[in-house]
Design a binder for this molecule. Structure first.
Ligand code: SF4
Length: 188
């Protein structure tokens, strides 16, 4: 699996820079919501087993954790393969974008209806972090993490990689990689 990602080093470095920018922005929101956030080492309710990422993000994990992926055992099915027995992430510094914003108040836009063409805003927060602060619906927009822009940047990075790789890769359509399949011992 790792060998087939076909992601150049420059794209991995671009993902790394994007992760750093996300972390900087997230740290400001964490400081703003520190009284309500219960996130911490060992709380792994967000670490689901079916997470998938673009190859450009998977390639950062492959670059940074060759030994773990070659010889390590994935967590048993039912939770993310990268969790250890104590509920900690074994690739914390290299974890995907989606893992870096979990727990924060989130907001995103959806089309209310194809016909109307109107956008509707949605909000959400982990139920463990809901108490201890105002309802997420009452927060100002800049107090919530906006879903969409970073996802778009990751998609653009992946599209650029696929376009440079040629028509055979583009023909496969949008590629996603299940985190569990990065382990050589995953059986995939
Ligand atoms: S990569 Fe790490 S933080 Fe993300 S879901 Fe897996 S164990 Fe949790």
């Amino acid at each position: 699996m790792a060998e087939s990602l076909q992601v150049p080093l420059a794209a991995v470095e671009a993902v790394e820079a994007l992760h750093a920018a996300v972390d900087a922005a997230v740290s400001e929101l964490v400081a703003r919501h520190q009284d309500r956030l219960r996130c911490g080492r060992g709380c792994s309710d967000c670490c689901l087993d079916d997470l998938t990422v673009f190859p450009v993000e998977a390639a950062r994990i492959v670059r940074d954790h060759p030994d773990l992926l070659a010889t390590g055992e994935p967590h048993p099915p039912g939770a993310c393969a990268f969790l250890d027995a104590s509920g900690a992430c074994r690739i914390y510094e290299s974890r995907p974008y989606v893992c870096r914003t979990q727990g924060l108040p989130l907001r995103w836009l959806d089309l209310a209806g194809e016909a109307s063409g109107e956008w509707q805003e949605h909000r959400d927060i982990c139920p463990l972090n809901a108490p201890g602060g105002p309802p997420v619906e009452d927060l100002p927009p800049d107090a919530c993490w906006p879903l969409g822009p970073v996802e778009d940047r990751l998609a653009a990075l992946q599209e650029a990689v696929d376009a440079a790789a040629g028509p055979s890769l583009r023909a496969r359509g949008t590629r996603r990689v299940a985190l569990r399949r990065l382990f050589r011992r995953s059986g995939a």
